[in-house]
Design a protein around this ligand. Structure first.
Ligand code: NAD
Ligand code: DAU
Length: 359
């Protein structure tokens, strides 16, 4: 049975990936989820799979080299899928240090532990072992020309401490592939949205605030462009890259769905109005009057847009979920998981681990 070591599996994309993998492979695989449970890690995301015999959760910091090496020593790991990171740009502007620690040093620890476990005496690696580093399109910087796209060959030009730390982690992975022929891939993906996304990010923040009649903060002129991808399509892309991609290659993953932030906000407001049932008191609260222009993010990248040509051509992946459908699925999920949102915004979800594991 193939064993996956997933880091950061209690976060937004990691938990969606774990759900996707169990839906796809069922009992054919085993998943070990290693997560430090920072403010962004939430075991409630995994409640429906936590009792599976082929799933294990380990609370550990990826910077803790001894703990990570022990996991490799005690388990025959076949695949690493490395999500764990500090992921929010605004936080990185306020406090860059933890971004360098987790994203750069943490990645180095993961690389060293996998290399130590998988390397043979002759310097080659055990057959079939693979490491996938989950990265972001933000490493490529900002597109000023509206006809330009990010390709795998686009030079790195990160602007925020977050994207600089992710760029550094990508470089470390590249250096391990080049120096040791370490069996890895890198994926650089555009903005994700969907279930379990922490409400500090634009889409869940707008949904949550609008439903409560709270202000909807728009940074700057609201015309910055992001390329939005439904999270399940990302999960599928990661799996396809690991199974069908060429080792040592980078693959860009993107939605081909560029929208200005202000457009996103209008789409969410319209969709909420459409989906809220007649007589629901929240219909009165959801309004364009909530839109509030605020000070711009420092160093705010203007536009991101991925050209997912390589992954489409080589692997056959493409974004399956149209934005209109994805946003409805996301809003429906938030309607059905009000308790999740309440627990996240009140911080109660952080008590869940202590209760579950009697700590
Ligand atoms: P997230 O913030 O929701 O989750 C991060 C997870 O990592 C959390 O569960 C957290 O507890 C865990 N973690 C943080 N520091 C850790 C540490 N030191 N040791 C162990 N676990 C730790 O992030 P996300 O949005 O799910 O992003 C996951 C990955 O995907 C990140 O590497 C991010 O850079 C990348 N990415 C995100 C997006 C996006 O739109 N969200 C797009 C492209 C790439
Ligand atoms: O492109 C991939 C990246 O997408 C990932 O690597 C990051 O982990 C992820 O956080 C995301 O980064 P962004 O900075 O693009 O996402 P965020 O949701 O924070 O912001 C999206 C856009 O909306 C951005 O232009 C800033 C703007 N914004 C954001 C917030 C939170 C607002 O206008 N108002 C807000 O309140």
């Amino acid at each position: 049975m193939r064993t996956y070591l997933v880091t950061g599996g209690a976060g937004f994309i990691g938990s969606n990936y774990i759900h996707y993998m169990f839906r796809k492979y069922g009992d054919e695989i085993r998943i070990i989820n290693v997560d430090k449970l920072t403010y962004a890690g939430n075991l409630e995301n995994l409640k429906s799979i936590e009792s599976r015999g082929n799933y294990t959760f380990i609370k550990a910091d990826i910077c803790d080299s001894a703990a990570i090496r022990r996991i490799f020593q005690e388990n025959d790991i076949d695949r690493v899928v490395h999500f764990a990171a500090e992921s929010h740009v605004d936080r990185s502007i306020k406090d860059p240090e933890v971004f360098v620690r987790t994203n750069v040093l943490g990645t180095l620890v993961m690389l060293n532990a996998a290399k130590e476990a998988w390397e043979l005496p002759d310097g080659t690696f055990q057959e079939g072992k693979k490491f996938l580093h989950v990265s972001t399109d933000e490493v490529y910087g900002s597109l000023e020309d509206e006809n330009a796209y990010f390709y795998e060959t686009t030079p790195y030009d990160p602007h925020s401490p977050y994207s600089a730390s992710k760029a550094s982690s990508d470089m470390l992975v590249k250096s391990y592939m080049d120096t040791y022929r370490f069996p890895a891939n890198i994926t650089n993906c555009s903005n994700n949205y969907g279930p379990y996304q922490f409400p500090e990010k634009l889409i869940p923040l707008i949904i949550n605030n609008a439903l409560q009649g709270k202000k909807l903060p728009v940074y700057g002129d609201g015309k910055n462009v992001r390329d939005w991808l439904y999270v399940e399509d990302h999960a599928k892309g990661i799996d396809m890259v690991q199974e069908k991609g060429r080792l040592f290659e980078t693959y860009n993953i993107g939605g081909h769905n560029e929208k200005q932030n202000i457009q996103i906000i209008h789409i969410i407001l319209d969709t909420l109005q459409e989906m809220l049932p007649e007589g629901d008191p929240r219909r009165e609260l959801v309004s364009e009057n909530l839109i509030t222009y605020v000070e711009d993010r420092k160093g705010h990248d203007r536009r991101y847009a991925i050209a997912p040509d390589k992954i489409k051509k080589e692997i056959g992946w493409y974004p399956e979920t149209r934005f209109e459908e994805g946003i409805r699925l996301t809003i429906k999920w938030f309607f059905e998981h009000e308790e999740w949102m309440k627990n996240v915004t009140s911080g109660d979800y952080q008590k869940y681990y202590e209760e579950m594991y009697h700590e």
